[in-house]
Design a protein around this ligand. Structure first.
Ligand code: GTP
Ligand code: MG
Length: 196
């Protein structure tokens, strides 16, 4: 797949306002500020495709990008940001839950977690849910450039062991949008989902 061809289609507040549920969709999910939008920009080699921000909670809508006909990539709203008002949090969580449960074209989930804080409770809930639904999961340990090589490698090995607890198709890679770590692995995994 040529990920450079990605283009923005729409921002939807809920699944009713998303494009028709046909073809293949892959979603990027993770806590606020985990680096979802940055990863999407690195993947597509487009610096301004998805909006990134130092302020957590920037992406509040389901952002839909098209790679090719009936092949989409989704930038989901981040979860777990404490300072968001309670009613907004509930709204996002409802939208996120509905998307994950009902979207038939969803064929794989990329869960992004800061390598310094992996597998927080909400991440685990999400991964368990995906495994229960038979969805393959790629965990990207983001901002891997923040750790020295030795610690980075040992963290990945430790998290791969931890991922076995999910008892599903859950793989783990180190990732850095700034340094390009893990991009080849991300592309290979996405290819396997988009081009079965
Ligand atoms: P929300 O949309 O708020 O949920 O956040 P997000 O997950 O889309 O995160 P975003 O990509 O906006 O990145 C959050 C912050 O982390 C920004 O300041 C980025 O510059 C920084 N960041 C993202 N990826 C990396 C990375 O690989 N390395 C480093 N050092 N910083 C990164
Ligand atoms: Mg974002």
């Amino acid at each position: 797949m040529n990920y450079n061809l990605a283009h923005f289609i729409t921002s939807a507040p809920d699944i009713r306002q998303m494009p028709e549920d046909i073809g293949i969709e892959v979603a990027f999910a993770g806590r606020s500020n985990a680096g979802k939008s940055s990863a999407l920009n690195a993947l597509t080699r487009q610096n301004h495709l998805a909006r990134t921000s130092k302020t957590p909670g920037r992406t509040q809508l389901i952002n839909v990008f098209e790679l090719a006909e009936q092949k989409r990539i989704i930038d989901l709203p981040g979860y777990g940001y404490a300072k968001v008002p309670e009613d907004m949090k509930k709204k996002w969580q409802a939208a996120l839950g509905e998307y994950l449960q009902k979207r038939k074209s969803l064929k794989g989930l990329v869960v992004l977690m800061d390598i310094r804080h992996p597998f927080k409770e909400l991440d685990q809930d999400l991964i368990f849910w995906a495994v229960d639904s038979g969805l393959p999961v790629l965990c990207l340990l983001t901002k891997a450039d923040k750790l020295k090589q030795g610690l980075r490698k040992s963290t990945v090995l430790k998290m791969r062991k931890e991922a076995k607890n999910f008892e599903g198709d859950v793989t783990v890679e180190a990732f850095s949008s700034t340094k390009g770590f893990g991009l080849d692995q991300l592309r290979a995994k996405l290819d396997s989902w988009y081009l079965p």
